[in-house]
Design a protein around this ligand. Structure first.
Ligand SMILES: NC(=O)c1ccc[n+]([C@@H]2O[C@H](COP(=O)([O-])OP(=O)(O)OC[C@H]3O[C@@H](n4cnc5c(N)ncnc54)[C@H](O)[C@@H]3O)[C@@H](O)[C@H]2O)c1
Length: 337
């Protein structure tokens, strides 16, 4: 099960067994692993053959304090500019590892073994590495590509089901943005996909290809990369209003809300909006609104006000095609009347 995708000139995705692939792709010399306690416990053979640094879990640990602690541990270990940093974990670990590697001694080479579905299709791809500052997510960060990303779908077997479904919301997102065939495959597989490593690998590759294509066109998020935010503006707001849903679950609800708003504005056929809902539900994502529309819109406004006075909403016009709409808050409110 080995597959290779060239993400750009400097970065390659390898799909297959992590242990085998690492032997082939790690550069000669010293490697220091950055990982979390879950991965260390579940995959000691992978982690413990290298010197390693364990970081904490959860968004609170994706912080400059953690970054500083890792710098200090690297200094204690005597890491220099020739040291290779290997992040093994989900999006939190790879964001921290990427940020540390991009800045330690003005930058050292790094790579990832991405161990969550969200990480494999999204967080590890594209060269953005950020950490949070106070309540602001990914406020400080770098654009720097890992030399390689390894995605081993076998490692998803130990991932809690809820995390797996959350990652699947991002796969559906990629399909709606730019890959109608991927969407149809998801419709055909439905919930049974989680039991098939082969189908999981294929849809993961489909979603990675979408992200890689979009990032190649727009590395620094000036244009088409914004399409990747489908469902995210509303999803983030929902996430902020309640702790009952995680990121992927909130994005799924956000995508459904935007699709139905697009139907009301005559931009999308009702049939397509229903297909979007059905595939999300079949993949185990719930679409019940955990907060009111008013609460959600208030949060969108509060969040965006800090940056500018309008919002960009990504709106599906058919499966495989979305458009970027610039809206005032009034226009946004109208969409949900
Ligand atoms: N840099 C980017 O472009 C980008 C894009 C999207 C998301 N992100 C970031 O990614 C983060 C979320 O990442 P995530 O969803 O992977 O969450 P995560 O990194 O918090 O991982 C979720 C949980 O699963 C555990 N875990 C990871 N792999 C496992 C495995 N194989 N088996 C068992 N448990 C495992 C982790 O220890 C953790 O407890 C957010 O901070 C988000 O901002 C970054």
């Amino acid at each position: 099960m080995k597959r290779i995708i060239q993400i750009n000139e400097t970065s390659t995705l390898y799909v297959g067994r992590a242990e085998e692939l690492l032997e082939r792709v790690l550069p000669e010399g010293r490697t220091i692993v950055i990982t979390d306690a879950n991965i260390d416990r579940l995959y000691p053979n992978l982690v413990r053959r290298y010197e390693h640094i364990i970081v904490g879990q959860g968004e609170v640990c994706k912080s400059l304090q953690t970054v500083e602690r890792v710098y200090r541990e690297l200094m204690t270990l005597g890491a220099d500019r020739s040291t290779f940093i290997l992040g093994i974990g989900g999006g939190i670990v790879t964001d921290i590892a990427g940020f540390v590697a991009a800045t330690y001694m003005r930058g050292v080479d790094f790579g990832f073994v991405s161990t969550t579905l969200l990480g494999q299709v999204d967080a590890s791809i594209g060269g953005k590495n950020g950490v949070n500052v106070a309540d602001y997510k990914n406020m400080v960060g770098t654009f720097r590509q890992p030399r390689f990303v390894i995605a081993d779908v076998e490692m998803l077997r130990t991932l809690p089901k809820r995390e797996l479904r959350a990652g699947m919301a991002e796969v559906v997102k990629s399909a709606i943005i730019a890959d109608a065939e991927l969407f149809e495959r998801l419709e055909r597989c439905g919930g049974a996909i989680y039991d098939s490593a082969e189908d999981m690998q294929e849809v993961m590759l489909g979603a990675v290809a979408v992200k890689a294509r979009i990032v190649a066109e727009d590395e620094r998020e000036g244009g088409v990369r914004r399409l990747l935010n489908l469902g995210h503006t509303l999803g983030h707001a929902i996430e902020k209003c309640t702790h009952d849903v995680n990121h992927g679950e909130a994005v799924a609800i956000g995508m459904s809300l935007v699709a139905h708003a697009a139907v009301r504005r005559g931009m999308l056929s009702e049939d397509v909006a229903k297909r979007i809902d059905s595939v999300l539900v079949a993949l185990g994502l719930k679409l019940d609104m955990p907060v009111t529309i008013t609460e959600m819109l208030r949060e969108v406004k509060y969040d965006k006000k800090k940056k500018n006075n309008s919002i960009r909403l990504i709106v599906p016009v058919r499966i495989g095609k979305c458009e970027i709409k610039e809206l005032s808050f009034e226009e946004l409110g109208q969409l949900f009347k």
